[in-house]
Write a protein that binds this ligand. Sequence first.
Ligand SMILES: [Zn+2]
Length: 187
Amino acid sequence: MNMEQGDFVMPGDVIGVSEQFLPGNWTYEDEGHIKAAVIGNVSINQRKIAIVPKTTTPLLLKVGDTIVGQITDIKGQRAMVDIQASIDSGRELALPYSGAIHISQVKNGYLELLTDAFRIGDIIEGKVMKIMGDNIDINTEDPEHGVLKAMCSRCRKFMVPTEEDNVLYCEPCNRKEKRKISLNYDN
Ligand SMILES: [Zn+2]
C-alpha cells in the first residue's frame, strides 16, 4: 500500500493514510485512508498527496469494449457516464468520453426507476454498444457489469453488498439503497 510518486491508480485505490498525508486534488478521505477519485498517477508534495489525472496516450473506444466510468447525472431515461478507462486495452483514456446508459439497457427485465440502478458518483463497468460522434451508448446487462462501487446518497460512505439482489447497505446510516450491482462489486 506504500504508494510512490508516479504510481498508476484506479478510483478507490488507497494511496495513503490520513495520519501521514493531507488529501490533495482528485483524492478523498474514507475512514482514515486517502483514496484516488480518478484514474491517474500519484503525486506527492511534502505532506500532500494528490492524483494527476491521466490526459495523455490517446485511445479510441470501439464497439464491444468494456469500460469503467462514473455516473455524473441522471436525466430522464438516461444515466450519464464519464468513461474513464477501457478494460480490454488496459489503458486509460485520453479524455473522459461521455456516455449514457438508457433505462432499457441497464439489466434484463423491466426497470421502473433508473435511480434504483444508478446514482450520481457510482463507479460502473459496462459495454460499449454504439458510438455516434460524441454519443456513446453503454449497456450493463451482463452480470459482471453494473455498479462496482457506490456511495450512500445520504452520507457519501461506500456501501457494502447484502444478501438481497441488487441491494447495498450503508452501515453508518443503517439504510439500504438499490443498485444494478456488478459481480465485480468492490467490497
Ligand atoms: Zn450513509
